[in-house]
Design a binder for this molecule. Structure first.
Ligand code: TYD
Ligand code: MG
Length: 500
């Protein structure tokens, strides 16, 4: 009889199969299986991984391939089954019914809630025309740039204008905030102060006090007892921001979160909460300069890229309503390398000075140093000057600076940068009282830009008489300035600098 022999053969095969699977587990081939893998439960692993085979003649299903079907005896009919989608897993949300969502159409009779103005025009404009009720705002910036000062001043103004305002400081004791308020002349403002970092306590306070505006300074100090990690970690900051914004929206409270821009990775920066809020403002500025710029990088209720300009003084932040005059105030007589760019920040035209310095390099590799503009964009302008106008900058150090600490992001500044670089290189000043704007394409052509008329008007207001702009700028009124228009960079270079 062959039966005992068959049995022992099957036993050996089985053992071999077990061994092979165990080796596979050891080789991490089943690393991602959720099952705990050990020799005791190897069979579970095997089930999770096993393939199935079926006979195309009789439909019998087996778990291993063979040349002949055991059921019907047909040869060469067994093939591997390709798995269909396993469908939603038992733990998926679809397995359990939720409650239906209330759907509505876009039509409404409700008037939108009015915005509240702070009276600080530079702030109100950046917010898109005032504070929207139940909105979440993130104010980011380097430590020490003046976020707490700005928000204390803003909170005082909102409180005076009738919004019940709570200022929660997680960094400073109430006494410190009070001292600062005294210095800023705000001690009469009806703000309620709290020094707290526990999220649960903050939410409980908001629940009972029912304010209209709450300022959290800063979100990196707030911790939730739901989350195990340390305050300031990504998960804590996310959880705290999420809870606060959700809670505030439900109760109709506007919430302002302060976030420090951090250099090292241990503490989460404001970027991790950008997507949770309606408005993201960054407070920028150079440490050495007294100018501060509040820039909207995201705004669900207004124009992004809008800026507000402030000056840090001994009595806090003062708004600057005419920034062009301020940015050009340090400009003396026109000198080589200096060009005035007529720019637009958000909805407002702003005139700034580009300064360039071009000098032979003592090093093997020439330096390219940029403050206030984009490095890659500078490289592009240099490449176009070299390739399309035949003016090389290799072997020369190039320094480019935007005076006043403003950061320019517009491609409209290309032509002003090219003019500043050429002016520095050729040691020739541009015609006095002229402004420049225009985008440069890789072919060397000059492209029109947005809001040209506004730029010209602003330049005229500040006493400029001439504008160097792309020829493609059509239908521009000549009443503001005398216009010099060029179709491409090389004609501009030939005309202004007499080179090409
Ligand atoms: P702060 O608002 O504390 O910065 P942040 O909250 O962004 O960390 O501002 C700190 C700096 O501002 C500090 O260097 C001192 C300066 N400052 C003034 O120059 N004048 C003032 O009236 C105040 C309140 C601060
Ligand atoms: Mg602060």
């Amino acid at each position: 009889m062959g039966a005992p022999q068959d049995l022992s053969k099957r036993f050996v095969e089985d053992c071999l199969e077990k061994w092979r699977i165990w080796r596979r587990v050891q080789d991490h081939s089943i690393l991602h299986s959720k099952l705990a893998i050990s020799p005791q439960n190897w069979h579970i692993t095997r089930m999770a991984k096993s393939k199935s085979y079926s006979c195309s003649d009789c439909g019998a299903v087996t778990n291993k391939w063979s040349g002949r079907c055991d059921s019907c005896g047909a040869w060469n009919t067994i093939s591997e089954d390709t798995a269909l989608s396993s469908g939603p897993s038992k733990t998926s949300l679809g397995a359990k019914k939720g409650s239906p969502v209330n759907l509505s159409n876009l039509d409404t009779d409700e008037a939108p809630n009015p915005r509240t103005q702070s009276g600080i025009d530079e702030l109100d404009r950046v917010l898109g025309g005032g504070l929207v009720p139940a909105s979440a705002i993130l104010v980011g910036g380097d430590p020490g740039i003046g976020k707490s000062t700005l928000l204390l001043q803003a909170a005082a103004q909102f409180a005076r204008n009738g919004l019940k305002t709570i200022y929660i400081s997680g960094e400073e004791a109430s006494a410190q905030v009070r001292m600062r308020a005294q210095r800023l002349g705000l001690k009469e403002a009806p703000i309620q102060l709290g020094a707290e970092t526990n999220l649960r306590n903050i939410l409980t306070t908001l629940d009972s006090e029912k304010p209209k505006l709450v300022i959290i300074d800063s979100i990196q100090t707030i911790w939730s007892d739901h989350v195990d990690s340390a305050p300031g970690s990504v998960s804590q900051v996310r959880a705290a921001a999420h809870e606060l914004t959700n809670f505030a929206k439900k109760r109709g409270i506007s919430v302002v979160l302060v976030g420090h821009v951090t250099k090292e990775g241990q503490i989460a920066g404001p970027r991790v909460v950008e997507h949770m809020v309606d408005t993201v403002l960054y407070f920028e500025g150079e440490r050495g300069h007294q100018f501060r710029i509040l820039r909207a990088v995201k705004n669900r209720f207004g124009a992004a890229d809008e800026i507000g300009v402030f000056e840090m003084t001994g009595k806090g932040l003062q708004e600057i309503s005419n920034p062009s005059a301020l940015f050009l105030s340090e400009r003396g007589t026109p000198s080589p390398g200096s060009v005035v760019f007529a720019g637009v920040e958000g909805t407002r035209p702003v005139l700034v000075e580009f300064q360039a310095l071009v000098a032979p390099t003592p090093h093997a590799q020439a330096r390219r140093s940029v403050v206030g503009w984009d490095n890659a964009r500078l490289a592009m302008v240099l490449a176009v000057l070299e390739a399309r106008c035949g003016i090389p900058f290799s072997g020369m150090d190039v320094y480019l600076n935007v005076a006043g600490g403003l950061k320019i992001n517009e491609p409209a500044a290309d032509l002003a940068v090219a003019a500043a670089l050429l002016s520095a290189r050729e040691d020739l000043s541009l015609p006095a009282e002229s402004v420049v704007f225009g985008e440069i394409s890789l072919s060397g052509a000059l492209r029109p830009v947005v809001q040209s008329e506004n730029r010209l008007k602003e330049a005229q207001k500040l006493g400029f008489s001439k504008a160097i702009i792309p020829a493609a700028e059509q239908r521009l009124s000549k009443e503001y300035l005398e216009l010099s228009q060029f179709t491409d960079l090389s004609s501009f270079v030939g005309d202004i600098f007499g080179a090409g």
